[in-house]
Design a protein around this ligand. Structure first.
Ligand SMILES: Cc1cc2nc3c(=O)[nH]c(=O)nc-3n(C[C@H](O)[C@H](O)[C@H](O)COP(=O)(O)O)c2cc1C
Length: 462
Protein backbone atom coordinates (compact mmCIF):
# COMPACT_ATOMS: atom_id res chain seq x y z
CA UNK A 1 0.00 0.00 0.00
CA UNK A 2 1.51 3.34 -1.02
CA UNK A 3 1.55 5.75 1.91
CA UNK A 4 -0.58 8.90 1.64
CA UNK A 5 1.46 12.05 1.16
CA UNK A 6 2.07 14.43 4.05
CA UNK A 7 1.19 18.11 3.59
CA UNK A 8 3.02 21.18 4.82
CA UNK A 9 1.96 24.80 4.31
CA UNK A 10 5.05 26.78 3.29
CA UNK A 11 4.67 30.29 4.71
CA UNK A 12 6.74 33.20 5.97
CA UNK A 13 5.90 35.97 8.44
CA UNK A 14 6.21 38.66 5.77
CA UNK A 15 4.22 40.17 2.89
CA UNK A 16 6.16 38.54 0.02
CA UNK A 17 7.64 35.03 0.46
CA UNK A 18 8.00 33.01 -2.78
CA UNK A 19 5.48 34.16 -5.44
CA UNK A 20 6.36 37.80 -5.27
CA UNK A 21 4.04 40.71 -5.98
CA UNK A 22 0.81 38.99 -4.94
CA UNK A 23 0.50 41.12 -1.79
CA UNK A 24 -0.74 43.80 -4.20
CA UNK A 25 -3.68 41.56 -5.15
CA UNK A 26 -6.92 42.23 -3.24
CA UNK A 27 -6.88 38.56 -2.22
CA UNK A 28 -3.34 38.97 -0.92
CA UNK A 29 -4.05 39.15 2.82
CA UNK A 30 -0.41 38.31 3.46
CA UNK A 31 -0.18 42.11 3.39
CA UNK A 32 -1.59 41.94 6.96
CA UNK A 33 1.31 39.78 8.23
CA UNK A 34 1.68 42.00 11.33
CA UNK A 35 -1.79 40.91 12.46
CA UNK A 36 -1.47 37.74 14.56
CA UNK A 37 -5.09 36.86 13.74
CA UNK A 38 -4.14 36.28 10.11
CA UNK A 39 -1.81 33.49 11.23
CA UNK A 40 -3.99 32.11 14.03
CA UNK A 41 -6.99 31.70 11.73
CA UNK A 42 -4.77 30.24 8.99
CA UNK A 43 -3.23 27.73 11.42
CA UNK A 44 -6.69 26.66 12.59
CA UNK A 45 -7.92 26.39 8.99
CA UNK A 46 -4.91 24.26 7.99
CA UNK A 47 -5.37 22.02 11.04
CA UNK A 48 -9.06 21.45 10.35
CA UNK A 49 -8.31 20.99 6.65
CA UNK A 50 -5.86 18.14 7.26
CA UNK A 51 -2.44 19.78 6.88
CA UNK A 52 0.25 18.14 9.04
CA UNK A 53 2.61 21.10 9.32
CA UNK A 54 2.68 24.88 9.09
CA UNK A 55 6.27 25.60 8.11
CA UNK A 56 7.72 29.10 8.51
CA UNK A 57 10.66 30.06 6.36
CA UNK A 58 12.88 32.87 7.61
CA UNK A 59 15.93 34.94 6.74
CA UNK A 60 17.90 37.25 9.02
CA UNK A 61 19.17 39.66 6.42
CA UNK A 62 18.59 41.15 2.98
CA UNK A 63 19.19 39.28 -0.28
CA UNK A 64 22.10 40.48 -2.39
CA UNK A 65 21.72 43.94 -3.97
CA UNK A 66 19.51 44.38 -7.03
CA UNK A 67 20.28 47.13 -9.55
CA UNK A 68 23.32 47.95 -7.40
CA UNK A 69 21.31 48.69 -4.26
CA UNK A 70 19.35 47.10 -1.39
CA UNK A 71 16.52 49.67 -1.53
CA UNK A 72 14.75 47.57 -4.19
CA UNK A 73 14.01 44.94 -1.54
CA UNK A 74 12.45 47.52 0.81
CA UNK A 75 10.38 49.24 -1.90
CA UNK A 76 9.01 45.96 -3.33
CA UNK A 77 8.61 44.21 0.03
CA UNK A 78 10.99 41.32 -0.80
CA UNK A 79 11.00 39.54 2.56
CA UNK A 80 11.40 42.83 4.45
CA UNK A 81 9.76 43.59 6.87
CA UNK A 82 9.76 40.04 8.22
CA UNK A 83 8.83 39.09 11.78
CA UNK A 84 10.45 36.41 13.98
CA UNK A 85 8.61 33.11 13.41
CA UNK A 86 9.76 31.62 16.70
CA UNK A 87 7.85 34.31 18.59
CA UNK A 88 4.72 33.82 16.48
CA UNK A 89 4.77 30.05 17.04
CA UNK A 90 3.88 30.41 20.72
CA UNK A 91 0.68 32.22 19.75
CA UNK A 92 -0.13 29.53 17.19
CA UNK A 93 0.68 26.74 19.63
CA UNK A 94 -1.94 27.87 22.15
CA UNK A 95 -4.58 28.34 19.43
CA UNK A 96 -4.17 24.91 17.81
CA UNK A 97 -4.05 21.30 19.04
CA UNK A 98 -2.59 18.99 16.39
CA UNK A 99 -0.84 20.79 13.55
CA UNK A 100 2.95 20.69 13.55
CA UNK A 101 4.62 24.09 13.81
CA UNK A 102 8.02 24.40 12.14
CA UNK A 103 10.28 27.43 12.05
CA UNK A 104 13.56 28.26 10.36
CA UNK A 105 16.72 29.41 12.15
CA UNK A 106 20.47 29.45 11.49
CA UNK A 107 23.38 28.87 13.92
CA UNK A 108 24.42 32.42 13.07
CA UNK A 109 21.49 33.84 15.03
CA UNK A 110 22.17 32.94 18.65
CA UNK A 111 24.35 30.79 20.93
CA UNK A 112 23.14 27.19 21.18
CA UNK A 113 22.49 27.30 24.95
CA UNK A 114 19.84 30.02 24.60
CA UNK A 115 18.40 28.55 21.39
CA UNK A 116 18.00 25.15 23.11
CA UNK A 117 16.08 26.78 25.94
CA UNK A 118 13.67 28.70 23.68
CA UNK A 119 12.94 25.65 21.52
CA UNK A 120 12.39 23.34 24.50
CA UNK A 121 10.03 25.92 25.99
CA UNK A 122 8.05 26.06 22.74
CA UNK A 123 7.95 22.26 22.58
CA UNK A 124 6.41 22.26 26.08
CA UNK A 125 3.91 25.00 25.12
CA UNK A 126 2.85 23.08 21.99
CA UNK A 127 2.83 19.61 23.62
CA UNK A 128 5.60 18.43 21.32
CA UNK A 129 4.59 19.89 17.94
CA UNK A 130 7.74 21.89 17.12
CA UNK A 131 9.98 21.43 14.10
CA UNK A 132 13.21 23.29 13.31
CA UNK A 133 14.37 23.93 9.74
CA UNK A 134 18.16 24.07 10.05
CA UNK A 135 19.59 26.55 7.56
CA UNK A 136 23.11 27.94 7.37
CA UNK A 137 21.94 31.28 5.91
CA UNK A 138 23.45 32.21 2.54
CA UNK A 139 23.06 36.00 2.83
CA UNK A 140 26.09 38.31 3.29
CA UNK A 141 23.92 40.97 4.93
CA UNK A 142 22.83 38.42 7.53
CA UNK A 143 26.45 37.76 8.48
CA UNK A 144 27.09 41.51 8.73
CA UNK A 145 24.03 41.76 11.02
CA UNK A 146 25.66 39.37 13.48
CA UNK A 147 29.07 41.03 13.50
CA UNK A 148 30.87 38.96 10.84
CA UNK A 149 33.13 40.50 8.19
CA UNK A 150 31.37 38.59 5.45
CA UNK A 151 29.64 35.37 4.36
CA UNK A 152 31.33 32.31 5.87
CA UNK A 153 32.30 29.90 3.11
CA UNK A 154 29.57 27.46 2.04
CA UNK A 155 30.97 24.17 3.32
CA UNK A 156 32.36 25.83 6.46
CA UNK A 157 28.82 26.98 7.26
CA UNK A 158 27.79 23.30 7.40
CA UNK A 159 30.77 22.44 9.64
CA UNK A 160 29.62 25.24 11.92
CA UNK A 161 26.08 23.79 11.90
CA UNK A 162 27.48 20.36 12.82
CA UNK A 163 29.01 21.69 16.04
CA UNK A 164 25.90 23.74 16.75
CA UNK A 165 23.57 20.74 16.56
CA UNK A 166 26.09 18.65 18.53
CA UNK A 167 25.81 21.07 21.47
CA UNK A 168 22.01 21.07 21.14
CA UNK A 169 21.82 17.24 21.09
CA UNK A 170 23.87 17.13 24.31
CA UNK A 171 21.50 19.63 25.98
CA UNK A 172 18.24 18.15 24.66
CA UNK A 173 19.06 14.42 24.87
CA UNK A 174 21.85 14.12 27.44
CA UNK A 175 21.54 16.81 30.11
CA UNK A 176 18.36 15.50 31.77
CA UNK A 177 17.86 11.75 32.18
CA UNK A 178 14.38 10.25 31.97
CA UNK A 179 12.54 10.72 35.27
CA UNK A 180 14.81 13.53 36.45
CA UNK A 181 11.91 15.84 37.13
CA UNK A 182 10.38 14.54 40.36
CA UNK A 183 8.42 17.50 41.89
CA UNK A 184 7.57 15.56 45.08
CA UNK A 185 5.83 17.96 47.45
CA UNK A 186 6.08 15.24 50.06
CA UNK A 187 9.88 14.82 49.95
CA UNK A 188 10.67 18.30 48.64
CA UNK A 189 12.71 16.81 45.80
CA UNK A 190 11.94 18.88 42.73
CA UNK A 191 14.40 17.07 40.50
CA UNK A 192 16.82 14.20 41.06
CA UNK A 193 20.31 15.73 41.06
CA UNK A 194 21.76 12.39 39.95
CA UNK A 195 19.78 12.66 36.74
CA UNK A 196 20.67 16.19 35.66
CA UNK A 197 24.09 16.73 34.15
CA UNK A 198 26.43 19.39 32.92
CA UNK A 199 27.54 18.76 29.32
CA UNK A 200 30.92 20.60 29.47
CA UNK A 201 31.06 20.97 25.67
CA UNK A 202 34.33 22.39 24.39
CA UNK A 203 34.54 22.72 20.63
CA UNK A 204 35.98 24.86 17.81
CA UNK A 205 33.30 27.55 18.20
CA UNK A 206 31.41 26.79 21.39
CA UNK A 207 32.14 26.22 25.07
CA UNK A 208 28.96 25.28 26.93
CA UNK A 209 28.90 24.01 30.52
CA UNK A 210 25.20 23.37 31.07
CA UNK A 211 23.03 21.78 32.43
CA UNK A 212 20.12 22.56 30.10
CA UNK A 213 17.72 24.79 32.05
CA UNK A 214 14.56 23.25 30.67
CA UNK A 215 13.34 19.79 31.72
CA UNK A 216 12.71 17.36 28.85
CA UNK A 217 9.88 18.44 26.54
CA UNK A 218 7.61 15.85 24.83
CA UNK A 219 9.97 15.49 21.83
CA UNK A 220 13.17 16.57 23.64
CA UNK A 221 14.70 17.38 20.23
CA UNK A 222 12.36 19.21 17.83
CA UNK A 223 11.75 17.45 14.51
CA UNK A 224 14.81 18.32 12.44
CA UNK A 225 14.20 19.74 8.97
CA UNK A 226 16.81 20.84 6.48
CA UNK A 227 16.74 22.38 3.03
CA UNK A 228 20.15 22.20 1.40
CA UNK A 229 20.95 19.73 -1.38
CA UNK A 230 24.53 20.59 -2.27
CA UNK A 231 27.15 17.92 -1.55
CA UNK A 232 27.79 19.43 1.89
CA UNK A 233 24.06 19.94 2.34
CA UNK A 234 23.22 16.32 1.57
CA UNK A 235 26.03 15.12 3.80
CA UNK A 236 24.64 17.23 6.66
CA UNK A 237 21.03 16.13 6.16
CA UNK A 238 21.97 12.46 5.82
CA UNK A 239 23.41 12.62 9.36
CA UNK A 240 20.98 14.99 11.04
CA UNK A 241 17.73 15.61 9.19
CA UNK A 242 14.43 13.81 9.74
CA UNK A 243 12.84 15.72 6.89
CA UNK A 244 14.36 17.48 3.88
CA UNK A 245 12.73 20.23 1.84
CA UNK A 246 13.52 20.23 -1.87
CA UNK A 247 12.27 22.28 -4.84
CA UNK A 248 13.38 19.96 -7.63
CA UNK A 249 12.20 20.97 -11.15
CA UNK A 250 11.01 17.41 -12.01
CA UNK A 251 10.13 14.11 -10.24
CA UNK A 252 13.21 12.49 -11.84
CA UNK A 253 15.55 15.09 -10.40
CA UNK A 254 13.82 14.74 -7.03
CA UNK A 255 14.33 10.96 -7.18
CA UNK A 256 18.07 11.45 -7.64
CA UNK A 257 18.40 13.82 -4.66
CA UNK A 258 16.26 11.50 -2.52
CA UNK A 259 18.10 8.31 -3.41
CA UNK A 260 21.52 9.93 -2.94
CA UNK A 261 20.58 11.34 0.47
CA UNK A 262 18.97 8.08 1.62
CA UNK A 263 22.10 6.16 0.58
CA UNK A 264 24.27 8.59 2.57
CA UNK A 265 21.97 8.17 5.59
CA UNK A 266 22.53 4.40 5.47
CA UNK A 267 26.30 4.98 5.27
CA UNK A 268 25.88 7.04 8.45
CA UNK A 269 24.26 4.13 10.30
CA UNK A 270 20.72 5.39 9.83
CA UNK A 271 17.82 3.75 7.97
CA UNK A 272 16.93 5.03 4.50
CA UNK A 273 13.38 5.63 5.77
CA UNK A 274 14.59 7.77 8.69
CA UNK A 275 14.21 10.84 6.42
CA UNK A 276 11.01 12.24 4.90
CA UNK A 277 11.29 14.34 1.72
CA UNK A 278 8.99 17.29 1.02
CA UNK A 279 8.79 18.72 -2.49
CA UNK A 280 7.86 22.42 -2.77
CA UNK A 281 4.94 22.87 -5.23
CA UNK A 282 2.37 25.49 -6.07
CA UNK A 283 -1.08 24.61 -7.43
CA UNK A 284 -3.46 26.43 -9.79
CA UNK A 285 -6.75 24.50 -9.80
CA UNK A 286 -9.81 24.92 -12.01
CA UNK A 287 -13.08 23.05 -12.56
CA UNK A 288 -11.85 22.65 -16.15
CA UNK A 289 -8.34 22.72 -17.56
CA UNK A 290 -9.27 25.88 -19.47
CA UNK A 291 -10.28 27.61 -16.24
CA UNK A 292 -7.04 26.50 -14.58
CA UNK A 293 -4.94 27.77 -17.49
CA UNK A 294 -6.79 31.09 -17.44
CA UNK A 295 -6.12 31.44 -13.70
CA UNK A 296 -2.43 30.58 -14.27
CA UNK A 297 -2.15 33.26 -16.94
CA UNK A 298 -3.76 35.78 -14.58
CA UNK A 299 -1.28 34.76 -11.88
CA UNK A 300 1.66 35.31 -14.24
CA UNK A 301 0.35 38.82 -14.85
CA UNK A 302 0.48 39.54 -11.11
CA UNK A 303 3.92 38.02 -10.38
CA UNK A 304 6.72 40.58 -10.10
CA UNK A 305 9.56 39.03 -12.10
CA UNK A 306 12.16 41.51 -10.89
CA UNK A 307 11.42 40.41 -7.33
CA UNK A 308 11.63 36.76 -8.42
CA UNK A 309 15.08 37.35 -9.97
CA UNK A 310 16.25 39.46 -7.03
CA UNK A 311 15.22 36.62 -4.67
CA UNK A 312 16.84 33.72 -6.53
CA UNK A 313 19.94 35.56 -7.72
CA UNK A 314 20.21 37.47 -4.43
CA UNK A 315 20.56 34.13 -2.65
CA UNK A 316 23.65 33.55 -4.78
CA UNK A 317 24.97 37.05 -4.08
CA UNK A 318 24.65 38.02 -7.77
CA UNK A 319 22.99 41.23 -9.04
CA UNK A 320 21.15 40.75 -12.35
CA UNK A 321 19.27 44.01 -11.86
CA UNK A 322 20.71 45.60 -14.97
CA UNK A 323 20.85 42.46 -17.12
CA UNK A 324 18.34 41.72 -19.88
CA UNK A 325 16.17 38.69 -19.11
CA UNK A 326 17.67 36.77 -22.06
CA UNK A 327 21.27 37.31 -20.96
CA UNK A 328 22.91 33.85 -20.83
CA UNK A 329 24.09 32.82 -17.39
CA UNK A 330 27.74 31.82 -17.80
CA UNK A 331 29.45 29.61 -15.29
CA UNK A 332 28.58 31.04 -11.90
CA UNK A 333 30.56 30.21 -8.76
CA UNK A 334 28.74 30.97 -5.48
CA UNK A 335 29.20 30.58 -1.74
CA UNK A 336 25.45 31.14 -1.54
CA UNK A 337 22.67 28.61 -2.20
CA UNK A 338 24.47 26.05 -4.38
CA UNK A 339 21.60 23.56 -5.06
CA UNK A 340 19.24 26.35 -6.13
CA UNK A 341 21.74 27.16 -8.91
CA UNK A 342 22.01 23.45 -9.76
CA UNK A 343 18.23 23.11 -10.05
CA UNK A 344 18.13 26.13 -12.31
CA UNK A 345 20.68 24.60 -14.68
CA UNK A 346 18.89 21.21 -14.56
CA UNK A 347 15.50 22.76 -15.28
CA UNK A 348 16.73 24.18 -18.63
CA UNK A 349 17.48 21.70 -21.42
CA UNK A 350 18.55 22.28 -25.05
CA UNK A 351 19.80 25.82 -24.46
CA UNK A 352 21.90 27.89 -22.06
CA UNK A 353 20.00 29.15 -18.98
CA UNK A 354 19.34 32.90 -19.05
CA UNK A 355 18.61 35.50 -16.38
CA UNK A 356 14.87 35.24 -16.96
CA UNK A 357 15.00 31.57 -15.98
CA UNK A 358 15.68 32.69 -12.41
CA UNK A 359 12.18 34.14 -12.34
CA UNK A 360 10.73 30.89 -13.66
CA UNK A 361 12.53 28.62 -11.20
CA UNK A 362 10.35 29.38 -8.20
CA UNK A 363 7.22 30.33 -10.12
CA UNK A 364 6.45 28.11 -13.14
CA UNK A 365 8.82 25.19 -12.68
CA UNK A 366 7.37 24.36 -9.24
CA UNK A 367 3.76 24.76 -10.40
CA UNK A 368 1.00 22.25 -11.23
CA UNK A 369 -1.97 23.60 -13.21
CA UNK A 370 -5.15 21.64 -13.85
CA UNK A 371 -8.33 20.10 -12.53
CA UNK A 372 -8.18 18.34 -9.14
CA UNK A 373 -7.94 15.01 -10.98
CA UNK A 374 -5.02 16.21 -13.12
CA UNK A 375 -3.28 17.51 -10.00
CA UNK A 376 -3.78 14.14 -8.32
CA UNK A 377 -2.22 12.43 -11.36
CA UNK A 378 0.84 14.68 -11.09
CA UNK A 379 1.18 14.10 -7.36
CA UNK A 380 1.13 10.39 -8.05
CA UNK A 381 4.30 10.89 -10.12
CA UNK A 382 6.04 12.80 -7.30
CA UNK A 383 5.07 10.05 -4.85
CA UNK A 384 6.44 7.45 -7.28
CA UNK A 385 9.71 9.42 -7.30
CA UNK A 386 10.03 8.86 -3.54
CA UNK A 387 8.58 12.13 -2.25
CA UNK A 388 6.85 11.67 1.15
CA UNK A 389 5.21 15.06 1.41
CA UNK A 390 4.32 18.26 -0.40
CA UNK A 391 5.38 21.69 0.85
CA UNK A 392 2.50 23.72 -0.54
CA UNK A 393 3.63 27.13 -1.77
CA UNK A 394 0.98 29.89 -1.65
CA UNK A 395 0.18 32.79 -3.98
CA UNK A 396 -2.32 34.47 -1.67
CA UNK A 397 -3.15 33.99 2.01
CA UNK A 398 -5.40 32.37 3.04
CA UNK A 399 -6.90 31.84 -0.47
CA UNK A 400 -4.32 29.39 -1.82
CA UNK A 401 -4.82 27.07 1.19
CA UNK A 402 -8.62 27.45 1.19
CA UNK A 403 -8.58 26.27 -2.44
CA UNK A 404 -6.19 23.40 -1.70
CA UNK A 405 -8.32 22.24 1.26
CA UNK A 406 -11.72 22.65 -0.47
CA UNK A 407 -10.94 21.67 -4.08
CA UNK A 408 -7.85 19.45 -4.12
CA UNK A 409 -7.54 17.49 -0.83
CA UNK A 410 -10.96 15.72 -1.21
CA UNK A 411 -9.81 14.15 -4.51
CA UNK A 412 -6.43 13.28 -3.04
CA UNK A 413 -8.18 11.45 -0.16
CA UNK A 414 -10.34 9.53 -2.62
CA UNK A 415 -7.16 8.54 -4.46
CA UNK A 416 -5.27 7.55 -1.29
CA UNK A 417 -2.82 10.40 -1.88
CA UNK A 418 -3.89 12.11 1.35
CA UNK A 419 -4.92 10.54 4.62
CA UNK A 420 -8.47 10.74 5.95
CA UNK A 421 -9.26 13.67 8.22
CA UNK A 422 -8.58 12.46 11.75
CA UNK A 423 -8.49 14.48 14.96
CA UNK A 424 -5.57 12.63 16.57
CA UNK A 425 -3.51 14.60 19.08
CA UNK A 426 0.19 13.82 19.33
CA UNK A 427 3.68 15.10 18.77
CA UNK A 428 4.87 16.22 15.35
CA UNK A 429 7.39 13.34 15.32
CA UNK A 430 4.54 10.87 15.92
CA UNK A 431 2.77 12.28 12.83
CA UNK A 432 5.89 11.65 10.73
CA UNK A 433 7.37 8.56 12.37
CA UNK A 434 4.90 7.24 14.97
CA UNK A 435 7.28 7.94 17.87
CA UNK A 436 7.70 11.00 20.11
CA UNK A 437 11.46 10.98 20.35
CA UNK A 438 14.40 10.50 18.01
CA UNK A 439 15.24 6.87 17.23
CA UNK A 440 18.40 5.19 18.43
CA UNK A 441 20.01 5.44 14.96
CA UNK A 442 20.10 9.28 15.09
CA UNK A 443 23.49 10.73 16.24
CA UNK A 444 21.75 12.70 19.03
CA UNK A 445 20.75 9.43 20.72
CA UNK A 446 24.33 8.67 21.73
CA UNK A 447 24.13 11.42 24.37
CA UNK A 448 21.31 9.71 26.31
CA UNK A 449 22.83 8.77 29.68
CA UNK A 450 26.24 9.88 28.39
CA UNK A 451 26.87 12.41 31.16
CA UNK A 452 26.07 10.27 34.24
CA UNK A 453 28.44 11.50 36.99
CA UNK A 454 29.30 9.85 40.32
CA UNK A 455 26.29 9.66 42.65
CA UNK A 456 25.71 12.77 44.86
CA UNK A 457 23.99 12.65 48.27
CA UNK A 458 20.47 14.08 48.01
CA UNK A 459 19.88 16.94 50.44
CA UNK A 460 16.25 16.00 50.95
CA UNK A 461 16.54 12.25 51.39
CA UNK A 462 13.73 12.50 53.99
C1 LIG B 1 12.02 24.53 0.41
C2 LIG B 1 13.19 25.36 0.85
C3 LIG B 1 13.01 26.24 1.90
C4 LIG B 1 14.08 27.03 2.32
N1 LIG B 1 13.88 27.89 3.35
C5 LIG B 1 14.90 28.67 3.73
C6 LIG B 1 14.70 29.62 4.76
O1 LIG B 1 13.62 29.74 5.31
N2 LIG B 1 15.75 30.40 5.13
C7 LIG B 1 16.98 30.28 4.54
O2 LIG B 1 17.90 31.00 4.94
N3 LIG B 1 17.20 29.38 3.53
C8 LIG B 1 16.18 28.60 3.13
N4 LIG B 1 16.39 27.73 2.11
C9 LIG B 1 17.71 27.67 1.48
C10 LIG B 1 18.48 26.51 2.11
O3 LIG B 1 18.62 26.65 3.44
C11 LIG B 1 19.83 26.40 1.48
O4 LIG B 1 20.55 27.58 1.67
C12 LIG B 1 19.69 26.18 0.02
O5 LIG B 1 18.79 25.13 -0.19
C13 LIG B 1 20.99 25.87 -0.59
O6 LIG B 1 21.58 24.85 0.11
P1 LIG B 1 22.90 24.23 -0.47
O7 LIG B 1 23.86 25.35 -0.60
O8 LIG B 1 23.33 23.21 0.55
O9 LIG B 1 22.56 23.62 -1.76
C14 LIG B 1 15.34 26.94 1.67
C15 LIG B 1 15.52 26.05 0.60
C16 LIG B 1 14.45 25.26 0.20
C17 LIG B 1 14.68 24.28 -0.90
Amino acid sequence: MKKPLLFSAFVMNTASHILHGLWRDEEGHQKDFNDVNLWVSLAQRLEEGGFDIMFFADVVGLYGDYRGDWKFHVESGLQIPSNDPLVLLSALAVNTKRIGLAFTAAPLQEPPFNFARRVSTLDHISNGRIGWNIVTSALENAFHNFGHEGLTKHDERYEWAEEYVDVLYKLWEGSWDEGALVQSRETGVHADPNKVHKINHVGKRYKVEGPHLVSPSPQRTPVLFQAGSSTAGKSFSSRNAEAVFIIAPTPDIARTVIEETRALAVQNGRDAKDIRFYQGLHFVVGKTVEEAKRKAAELDEKIDYHMMIAHSAGGLGIDFGHADLDTPIEDIETEGTKSILEWLKQSITGRKPVVGDFAELRSRSARIVGTPEMIADQLELWREAGVDGINVINATLPGSYDEFIDDILPILRERGLAKELEAVDGTLRSTLFGTDQLNERHPAAKYRGAFAETKVEQHFSG
